[in-house]
Ligand binder design. Structure first.
Ligand code: GLC
Length: 572
């Protein structure tokens, strides 16, 4: 006997919301989004990732051995911080040869092998180009300091002092002390924004430009898919060397005055260089990511270039300046970045800043908060860059005693400035000795959290931070609304719960994040946005909303697919 049932279809692969329909006309087709807008990037600090030869320092073979892990996690591109020959004063950010691999990390053949293996898994490689300075052991600098008339003298910034024993001006190094160092042999000072072992290149000299541009070509031909450009803000200095104004009274951790870096950072000449680098990158379909410390979106916009001809991905550090879980502050920052003239790039941790686990963790709900933060930066409109270890909830573990500090700024600024060792501790692979990072003595001690937070244990635990990252990354890769959709903040007056919609071609996702330590109820304005209900895709202890009402536990996160009920249909 046939039975006719009247049913309301609320299948969520559903029809378009009305706002969504209007949005489609301005949206790019999925295939028109370049690869770096779809990709998830993963930053590897090679010293600390995986050590293949037991010397206590990670290496390229170690990275190669973990490519399957990265693929499985959902990583599309790895950014390896400098692995070039270097005296390691700044752990690789003092490069002495741009076209080789430091023996502690392996050989060029190891790099080629890594590139081949990565390509097999469709993982791209991004290298870190230290553009502002070289090592003082680079052959260019050794020649430069050899005499006032040497071929490379003008490749760096040499000046006479103001008077006996006085540097040319008042600029201080960001790593402490005067930014000028006297070379007694030639009687002049050279300029270094960072350590004295990192002399600044003179980018006003076309030969410097040509040489560095060639370095990028050299690596592109070897298969790299782009560069993260280090410290781009500091490329140029005022040629007249005006003194910097004092920003406010007092002294910093190094005992230096607080200067406003008016004359030695963010000079407009940098844009010409970035345009030059971009032209070359475009020839290879490559991406340029920038270490761009900007004060606001206006400054950030400059780095995309007036004609979108500079950096594709200037990193948004404004996001990392929100150092507490505040729905209102994040909402404001996201809204601002969303108005940027180019594609946003979200970062919540890196090798220079305290990990997100500690910046946002409350000591009690840290894993829950790590998951909440994962949802945040992996579901926004823009490209996320994950820092190694974030996906397992790694904790910043700074040294307890000054004699254990490896990062020179930590020794110099102790105890106010403990340096960056804490966020660079070895990756935690398993519960074995040294967390499976090395069979030798690790260059930095492993964080004691490795017993509970490690890849092996978390792979088996369905509720771990790692499993959660995998789920969110999987969704991100397959859900067009998350990849390409518009961002619309909802419930904007809510001081505790951050909520937003992502909509692409009628497909919608709602993200709801309780940034407070008590349960919260929210009502989602679904109808007003053309949707009728939301289906749970991924959440931490949140049931699917009923009639748009959602109850979230403390620090609960919810990702839902938006549905439009179709008209009643007859089913036989
Ligand atoms: C960048 C790097 C940092 C390094 C500095 C000097 O800020 O991220 O680690 O010390 O540049 O190269």
């Amino acid at each position: 006997m046939k039975r006719t049932v009247l049913t309301m279809l609320s299948i969520c692969a559903c029809s378009m919301g009305f706002n969504a329909v209007a949005q489609t006309s301005t949206q790019l087709a999925a295939e028109d989004h370049p690869w770096w807008q779809r990709a998830v990037f993963y930053e590897i600090y090679p010293r600390s990732f995986a050590d293949s030869n037991g010397d206590g320092v990670g290496d390229l073979k170690g990275i190669a051995s973990k490519l399957d892990y990265l693929k499985n996690l959902g990583v599309d591109a790895i950014w390896i911080t400098p692995c070039f020959p270097s005296p390691q004063v700044d752990f690789g950010y003092d490069v002495s040869d741009y076209e080789n691999i430091d023996p502690m990390y392996g050989t060029l053949a190891d790099f080629d092998e890594l590139a081949r293996e990565a390509e097999k898994r469709s993982i791209r490689i991004i290298l870190d180009l230290v553009v502002n300075h070289t090592s003082d052991q680079h052959k260019w600098f050794l020649d430069s300091k050899s005499s006032r008339t040497s071929e490379h003298r003008d490749w760096y910034i040499w000046r006479d002092g103001r008077g006996p024993g006085q540097p040319p001006n008042n600029w201080v190094s960001t790593f402490g002390g005067s930014a000028w160092k006297l070379d007694p042999a030639t009687g002049q000072y050279y300029y270094h924004y960072f350590y004295p072992e990192q002399p600044d290149l003179n980018w006003r000299n076309p030969a410097v430009r040509g040489a560095m541009f060639d370095v990028t070509r050299w690596w592109y031909k070897r298969g790299v898919s782009g560069f993260r450009l280090d410290a781009v803000d500091t490329l140029f200095e005022d040629p007249e060397l005006h003194d910097n104004p004092i920003a406010h009274p007092g002294t910093n951790a190094f005992g230096d005055p607080f200067e406003e870096n008016k004359y030695n950072t963010k000079l407009p000449e940098v844009h010409d260089v970035l345009q030059g680098l971009r032209k070359i990158a475009d020839e290879y379909g490559a991406v340029l990511i920038g270490e761009t410390w900007t004060a606001d979106v206006h400054e950030l916009n400059h780095y995309y270039g007036a004609d979108h001809n500079e950096l594709q991905l200037p990193m948004d550090f404004l996001f990392t300046t929100v150092n507490k879980l505040s729905a209102a502050d994040f909402r404001k920052q996201i809204a601002e970045v969303n108005t940027a003239s180019g594609w946003p790039t979200f970062v919540i941790s890196n090798h220079d800043i305290v990990r997100s686990y500690d910046r946002y963790g409350d000591g009690e709900h840290n894993d829950q908060i790590a998951k909440l933060m994962a949802v945040l930066y992996l579901t926004l409109r823009g490209t996320p860059i994950l820092y190694y270890g974030e996906e397992i909830g790694m904790k910043t573990t700074p040294p307890a005693r000054v004699e254990d500090v490896k990062d020179p700024i930590g020794r110099k600024g102790w105890p106010k400035e403990k340096g960056r060792d804490g966020e660079r501790t070895p990756m935690q692979w398993d519960r074995s000795k040294n967390a499976g990072f090395t069979t030798g003595t690790p260059w930095l001690p492993v964080s004691p959290t490795y017993k509970t937070h490690n890849v092996a244990a978390e792979s088996k635990d369905p509720n771990s931070v790692l499993q959660f990252y995998k789920q969110v990354l999987k969704l991100r890769h397959t859900n067009q609304a998350l990849l390409y959709g518009t961002y619309t903040a909802i419930n904007e007056d809510d001081p505790n719960v951050l909520s937003y919609l992502r909509v692409y071609n009628g497909q919608g996702v709602v993200v709801v994040l309780n940034m407070s330590n008590v349960p919260r109820n929210v009502t989602l304005p679904l109808k007003a946005n053309g949707f009728s209900s939301a289906r749970n895709l991924i959440s931490t202890g949140v049931a699917a909303p009923r009639a748009g009402k959602l109850s979230l536990p403390a620090f609960g996160a919810f990702i839902g697919e938006l549905c439009v009920k179709s008209a009643p249909t007859a089913r036989q």
